[in-house]
Design a protein around this ligand. Structure first.
Ligand code: UDP
Length: 259
């Protein structure tokens, strides 16, 4: 069989041509990077967990009417997605101060923000993803006015939903990053949620202990990365109770249940 065509390779994922026009296959790697790829590593089993966690969250978002690129999960590391024109903006939603907002504005990590803040960053590794405003987005035509309205609206809906979802499993959603894409329906452009939602792009703190259950474990050399990602999956009900470190249990469990 001919090797399928690779469309794009990012830091944590690879995109391959999909089985039908307008589709792609999103492959989740174990590679991890931080600080604009100055720090590189591998978190063994991360790709499997992120594929499953992102599938779960995108499916739930679809059920509440948030349009997403997710079609279905194909196997442990791959999912079928809709091809989109990616909007070159990283949308960061913050509920609690941490990371760059704490450093930049001198706000202690863990401080509840007076209101949810949405920030935009221009997706450009060579430039280190600089922060931008609506003005830059409009001036350089990265997205239209109406599209930006839809993006902000969707980001808030996703935040409200995720805050509740995570609060229900004892996790505080500190902040997260979203990416959006444009699809064309009968010559009419529409914004849908793309990329992934996983502990790679979220800050998730245990509500009781403030323990970090996300990529900050890797960024800050705290160790226990895969265990933290597993804990998130377990609380979301995606791992069999009592799973103890065997990431692949996830797949065995599902296969044995014929799902
Ligand atoms: N984030 C991300 N990709 C990026 C930058 C940030 O997924 O390229 C996520 C990050 O995991 C965190 C949120 O966006 O949940 C806010 O990140 P921040 O601006 O604090 O940057 P960082 O401290 O990660 O450099």
């Amino acid at each position: 069989m001919a090797r399928r065509r690779q469309i794009y390779e990012g830091k944590a994922k690879i995109l391959y041509e999909g089985p039908e026009p307008g589709t792609l296959i999103q492959y989740f790697k174990d590679d991890a990077t931080a600080f604009n790829a100055q720090k590189k590593g591998t978190i063994s089993g991360k790709g499997v967990l992120n594929n499953r966690i992102s599938e779960h969250i995108f499916t739930l978002l679809g059920l509440i009417g948030v349009p997403t690129h997710f079609i279905r999960r194909l196997n442990m590391r791959e999912q079928l997605i809709r091809q989109v024109e990616i909007i070159p903006i990283e949308v960061v939603v913050r509920n609690v101060a941490a990371g760059s907002i704490s450093t930049r504005l001198g706000i202690e990590e863990g401080t509840q923000l007076p209101r949810t803040i949405i920030e935009y960053y221009y997706k450009d590794d060579a430039l280190g993803d600089p922060m931008i405003t609506d003005e830059h987005i409009a001036a350089f035509g990265w997205a239209g006015q109406e599209e930006m309205h839809d993006i902000a609206d969707l980001a808030i809906r996703v935040n409200d939903f995720l805050c509740g979802l995570f609060a229900g499993i004892g996790i505080r959603l500190i902040d997260f990053k979203l990416e959006f894409g444009r699809v064309w329906d009968n010559d009419y452009p529409r914004i849908i949620l793309a990329d992934e939602i996983s502990p790679d792009g979220c800050r998730l703190w245990d509500m009781q202990t403030n323990e970090k259950l996300d990529k900050d474990r890797f960024r800050r050399d705290l160790g226990g990365e895969v265990e933290a990602y597993q804990e998130v999956a377990r609380r979301l009900g995606l791992l069999p109770e009592g799973a103890d470190g065997a990431v692949l249990d996830l797949e065995k469990h599902r296969l044995s249940k014929g799902k």
